[in-house]
Design a protein around this ligand. Sequence first.
Ligand SMILES: Nc1nc(=O)c2c([nH]1)NC[C@@H]1CN(c3ccc(C(=O)N[C@@H](CCC(=O)O)C(=O)O)cc3)C=[N+]21
Length: 278
Amino acid sequence: MTVTIDGKAVAQRVRAQVAAEVAALDPKPGLATVLVGDDPASAVYVASKRRAVREAGMSDHHRSLPATATQAEVAAVLEELAADPAVHGILLQLPLPAHLDPDALIDRIPAAKDVDGLTTRSAGLLARGEPGLRPCTPSGVIELLESQGVKTRGSRAVVVGRSALVGHPMAELLLQHDATVTVAHKHTADLAAVTREADILVVAAGVHGLIGAEHVKPGATVIDVGIHRTADGLQGDVRRAELDGVAARVTPVPGGVGPMTIAMLMVNTLRAATMDGP
Ligand SMILES: Nc1nc(=O)c2c([nH]1)NC[C@@H]1CN(c3ccc(C(=O)N[C@@H](CCC(=O)O)C(=O)O)cc3)C=[N+]21
């Protein structure tokens, strides 16, 4: 029996808990989403983040810039939001148009408002194990594992992918939860031999259908971070159907990690509003 982990249900619980805490706060936590250009997928993601902000009872501060915006224009918007006391969290939606330098812009966000956990300072705090805001997708994966009673301490975890947004911080968080962590990537020789060691396999490679039954140890927990729009609908990096009877549990796409990313953004915004910043 392979359990499909209901990420939507876990995300709903997390969001309800955030909303209950927000109800007791005055002033309300505020999140600013910054969208540059008109990539349709980005527009959909930002819209669902803003909906989640309103449903949590928080204040929504959205800024939209044209695809032609310059580095200085985006930087000026970020600086204004950084100085605005009603804005507790700032999210610069990625990817940015190709003429902009994302790392330099992300680092305009003060660590105390970095609800995406992507600034150099937040990454450093995570690497050192010091308090700070953590990236939403990896912290959502940890939350999902905990919700299913999956033990991390002493377990073997393999992360496929090493991006700054997901793979790298995911490996750090699993280490801090006392897993023995291996990071695999597109140059890993004999990927299946590596992933078959995993009790917890987190796939964030961005390659549609990369992982199948041959990659999975019987009884493993498989977390699919991939998201691909195909003719057959949204699919992940994992060939889910093949894992029936092999994995103990798998996250679906959609309805797995994606909703958790948004739930953890609400958690981070609440934390940014209520805690002494890093
Ligand atoms: N600065 C920044 N921070 C991000 O966290 C960030 C980003 N940029 N750029 C793009 C990625 C992607 N991402 C997702 C969020 C929610 C779903 C989500 O809710 N997915 C639903 C399906 C939604 C749909 O139908 O498309 C699901 O998996 O069930 C997916 C992906 C956040 N990202």
